[in-house]
Design a protein around this ligand. Structure first.
Ligand code: AMP
Length: 397
C-alpha cells in the first residue's frame, strides 16, 4: 500500500509518497508560492531525473492536481494511476481538545478543524484547504488528519492548565496543547524500540531541537508534559522565537515602543530567539561560526539555548520522578555534536548522565551516544514526521 503525506502551509505544500510495504520514500516534492505569482513545483522521485514546473497555482486544488499529475507522469512518476495510492495523510496543526488520536476525515472532523482556526490561525486554514483540495481532485480517496496536538492530549490536568482564571479555559480553550506532537510520539516510541526499554514504563525525555524547538516527557510513549503551550511560542529558545518570557515584558515593550500586543508577539515569534539575541541569524550554524569568531552575544545566545534545554530536562526528570532515556532529534539535535556534548557535560552530571565522545561523533542516524556507565541512556533518534503520519494513516484505513 502506498500512502501520500501532505503538509500544507498557506502558500506551500510539501508531499511524500511512501511505500508502506518497506516504508521507503518513492517520491517527494514541494509546491511553492501557491496563490502568489511565480508558483513552482519541485519533484524528486527514486531513480528518476529531478523535475520542476513553473506554472500558475491559484489555489491548493490546482497544486494538489499537479502533485497527482507528477506522481502518475510517465517520465517522472512512480505509480501508473492514482488508484495505487491507498489514502492521503494530512498534517494538521490543531485539533483542539476533541481529538486524542489521528482520525479519518469526515464532515464533523472538518468542522472541528475549522473551529480551531482561532488556535492555529496560520496553519489550520491551510491544512483544511489541503484536505478539501484532495476531496475535489481525488474524490472517494480517504483522507486522514494527523494532529500536532494529540501528544499533548494525554497530559494530566496539573500539566496542561495555566494558572489563570478557569473561565478562559472554559470559554476559549486556553491551555497547554504542545506542538511537534507527531515528532514527540514518533521519537519516544522509536527510543523505546531502539533502546529495548520497557514499553509500558520507560521514562523518556525527547529534545526536539530544530529551528522550532520543544522538549517532552513521556512514560511508555504517553505524553506527561511538553514545553510548547497554547501556541508554539512557549518553552525553549528557538531560531526566531523567544520561548518562555515574563508576559509583563510584552506590555512594557508595547508601551515604550508604541506597538500593539500583536506587534510585540510578532517580534517574539519572528525576531527573537537566537536571531534576536545574536543579531546574526536564526540558523545555528551561522551563530556558531559568529561565536567562534568572537561575537559575544552569539556565544551568549548558544549558552542560553543549552541552559534552557538543561533546565527543562531537569524539570521533566523531576516531573517523572526519574528518567531512563534522553533522545536528541531534529536539525540541531541530530547534527550538532558539540551542542549535545555540552548539554550533557555542563548540566546533566547530577543525573549520572555521561556522553561517549566516540559514539556521539554521529549525525542523522539512530545511535546510543552515552557511555556504558551512564545512569541515563542518551540517544540520537532522527525524527520522521512524514513516516509517522503515513503509519497512522495506514493503521486507520
Ligand atoms: P530543523 O528545523 O529541524 O530543520 O533544524 C534546522 C536547524 O538545524 C538550523 O538552525 C540549522 O542550523 C541546524 N543544523 C543543521 N545542521 C547542523 C549542524 N551540522 N550543526 C549545527 N546545527 C545544524
Amino acid at each position: 500500500m502506498k500512502i501520500l503525506v501532505l503538509n500544507c502551509g498557506s502558500s506551500s505544500l510539501k508531499y511524500q509518497l511512501i511505500d508502506m510495504d518497506n516504508e521507503e520514500v518513492l517520491a517527494k516534492g514541494l509546491c511553492e508560492r501557491i496563490g502568489i505569482a511565480g508558483s513552482k513545483l519541485t519533484h524528486k522521485a527514486e531513480g528518476k531525473d529531478d523535475y520542476s514546473l513553473e506554472t500558475d497555482m491559484p489555489d491548493h486544488s490546482v497544486a494538489v492536481k499537479l502533485v497527482f499529475d507528477a506522481l502518475t507522469d510517465e517520465k517522472h512518476g512512480v505509480v501508473n494511476s492514482v488508484d495505487e495510492i491507498g489514502a492521503v495523510g494530512h498534517r494538521v496543526l490543531h485539533g483542539g481538545t476533541k481529538f486524542t488520536e489521528s482520525i479519518v476525515v469526515n464532515d464533523e472532523v472538518k468542522k472541528v478543524i475549522r473551529e480551531c482556526f482561532d488556535l492555529g490561525p496560520l496553519h489550520n486554514p491551510a491544512n483544511l484547504m489541503g484536505i478539501e483540495a484532495c476531496e475535489k481532485v481525488v474524490p472517494g480517496k480517504k483522507n486522514v488528519a494527523v494532529f500536532d496536538t494529540t501528544f499533548g492530549m494525554s497530559l494530566p490536568e496539573k500539566a496542561y492548565f495555566y494558572a489563570i482564571p478557569t473561565e478562559y479555559y472554559e470559554k476559549y480553550g486556553i491551555r497547554r496543547y504542545g506542538f511537534h506532537g507527531t515528532s514527540h510520539t514518533f521519537v519516544s516510541h522509536e527510543t523505546i524500540k531502539f533502546g529495548g526499554l520497557d514499553p509500558e514504563k520507560a521514562k523518556v525525555i525527547v529534545c526536539h531541537l530544530g529551528n522550532g524547538a520543544s522538549i517532552s516527557a513521556s512514560i511508555g510513549g504517553k505524553g506527561v508534559d511538553t514545553s510548547m503551550g497554547l501556541t508554539p511560542l512557549e518553552g525553549l529558545i528557538m531560531g526566531t522565537r523567544s520561548g518562555d518570557i515574563d508576559p509583563a515584558a510584552v506590555q512594557f515593550i508595547a508601551n515604550h515602543e508604541n506597538k500593539s500586543v500583536d506587534d510585540v508577539l510578532n517580534i517574539l515569534n519572528k525576531k527573537s530567539g537566537i536571531l534576536g539575541m545574536s543579531g546574526v541569524s536564526s540558523d545555528f550554524r551561522d551563530v556558531e561560526k559568529a561565536a567562534q569568531e568572537g561575537n559575544h552575544m552569539a556565544e551568549v545566545a548558544l549558552q542560553a539555548f543549552r541552559y534552557r534545554v538543561a533546565k527543562y530536562i531537569g524539570a521533566y526528570a523531576a516531573a517523572m520522578n526519574g528518567v531512563d532515556a534522553i533522545a536528541f532529534t531534529a536539525g540541531v539535535g541530530e547534527n550538532d555534536i558539540k551542542a549535545r556534548k555540552l548539554i550533557v557535560e555542563e548540566y546533566l552530571g547530577y543525573l549520572g548522565a555521561k556522553i561517549d565522545d566516540e559514539r556521539n561523533n554521529v549525525r542523522g542516524k539512530e545511535a546510543l551516544i552515552s557511555a556504558d556507565d551512564s545512569k541515563v541512556k542518551i540517544y540520537l533518534i532522527p525524527t520522521n514526521e512524514e513516516l509517522a503520519i503515513a503509519r497512522d494513516t495506514l493503521r486507520l484505513i
